[in-house]
Write a protein that binds this ligand. Structure first.
Ligand SMILES: Nc1nc2c(ncn2[C@@H]2O[C@H](COP(=O)(O)OP(=O)(O)OP(=O)(O)O)[C@@H](O)[C@H]2O)c(=O)[nH]1
Ligand SMILES: [Mg+2]
Length: 241
C-alpha cells in the first residue's frame, strides 16, 4: 500500500469542477482529508469537467500545466478529487512519473491509518486488497519507485500471476475471518438485546458522535476535529433514570 505517512510526501491536488463551476465534492474537506494523512499540499489545479478524456480523464494541456507545477514544487504524489479507473490511473502515472491516487484510495489509506481493532484492520485490508486487485493488471510496472506494494516492484508475467493468487487467497482468508466475527457479534447482540435496548449514534464524520457518546456514557474515546477520527464500533451500557 502507498505509505502516506511518510513525512516527505508532497501532494499536488487535482480538483474537478462541474460545468456549473461548483466542485464535485467538498473542496475544503478534500484538502483536510489529504492533510490528515500527514502529506503537505504543495499545489492545487482546478479542471473543468466539460470534456472528460477516457484514457486520462483530463486533457493534454492540463496535464502539462500540472506537470510543470509538480516539477517546480518537487511533489511526489498527485491526488484526484474524483474516481479514476485503473487504466486512467496507470496512464497518468506513466505521464507524471509519480504516484497518482484517487479519492477512494486516499480514504482507504486514511482508514488504514486509523483502524485500531483487529476487526477494523481486517475490514480495511479487505477494502484495500479489493481495490488493489482491480489495479493488478499487465503493464502495471511502470513505477520503479512504487513502495510497499505487494510484489508490485517490476513483476514479470509469472510474478503477476503469483501476486494475483496471493491477493485472492488473502481476500478469501479475511472474508472467512470476518464472517466468523460477524457471527460472534450477532450472538453477543442477541444476548444484549434480551437485557437492554440498543441505541446507535449515526452521523457524518466529524459530526460529533464520539463527543455525544463520551458525554452519555462517561467515556473518554478519542473525539477531535479530524475526519474519520474513530472508525471502530464502541458499545457501552447507560442507565437513564
Ligand atoms: N461546536 C460544537 N462542536 C462540537 C459539538 N460536538 C462535537 N464537537 C466537536 O466536533 C469535533 C468532532 O467531534 P467527534 O465527536 O470526534 O466527531 P465524530 O462524529 O465522532 O467524528 P469521526 O469519529 O471523526 O467520524 C470535535 O472537535 C468536537 O469537539 C457540538 O455540539 N458543538
Ligand atoms: Mg468519532
Amino acid at each position: 500500500m502507498i505509505e502516506l505517512k511518510e513525512k516527505s510526501t508532497n501532494a499536488h491536488l487535482v480538483i474537478i469542477r462541474s460545468s456549473k463551476g461548483s466542485v464535485e465534492y467538498d473542496n475544503e474537506e478534500f484538502i483536510s482529508l489529504t492533510l490528515s494523512t500527514g502529506a503537505a499540499v504543495k499545489g492545487i489545479t482546478y479542471v473543468d469537467a466539460r470534456k472528460f478524456i477516457r484514457s486520462s480523464l483530463i486533457g493534454k494541456g492540463k496535464m502539462k500545466e500540472i506537470k510543470d507545477e509538480v516539477d517546480l514544487n518537487c511533489s511526489d504524489l498527485i491526488v484526484f478529487n474524483y474516481s479514476l479507473s485503473a487504466s486512467q490511473e496507470r496512464n497518468l502515472e506513466q505521464y507524471f512519473k509519480i504516484r497518482v491516487i484517487d479519492r477512494t484510495r486516499l480514504i482507504l489509506d486514511i482508514f488504514a491509518q486509523r483502524a485500531r481493532t483487529n476487526t477494523g484492520k481486517l475490514q480495511v485490508e479487505l477494502a484495500q486488497l479489493t481495490h488493489l486487485s482491480t489495479r493488478l493488471i499487465r503493464g502495471w510496472t511502470h513505477l520503479e519507485r512504487q513502495k510497499g506494494g505487494i510484489g508490485l516492484r517490476g513483476p514479470g508475467e509469472t510474478q503477476l500471476e503469483t501476486d494475483r493468487r496471493l491477493i485472492q487467497n488473502r481476500i478469501k482468508s479475511i472474508k472467512s475471518k470476518l464472517k466468523k466475527i460477524s457471527t460472534q457479534r450477532q450472538t453477543t447482540r442477541k444476548s444484549r438485546n434480551k437485557v437492554m435496548k440498543n441505541v446507535a449514534l449515526v452521523g457524518y464524520t466529524n459530526a460529533g458522535k464520539t463527543t455525544l457518546f463520551n458525554t452519555l456514557c462517561g467515556e473518554n474515546a478519542l473525539a477531535e476535529d479530524k475526519l474519520f477520527a474513530t472508525l471502530d464500533p464502541l458499545f457501552r451500557p447507560v442507565e437513564f433514570t
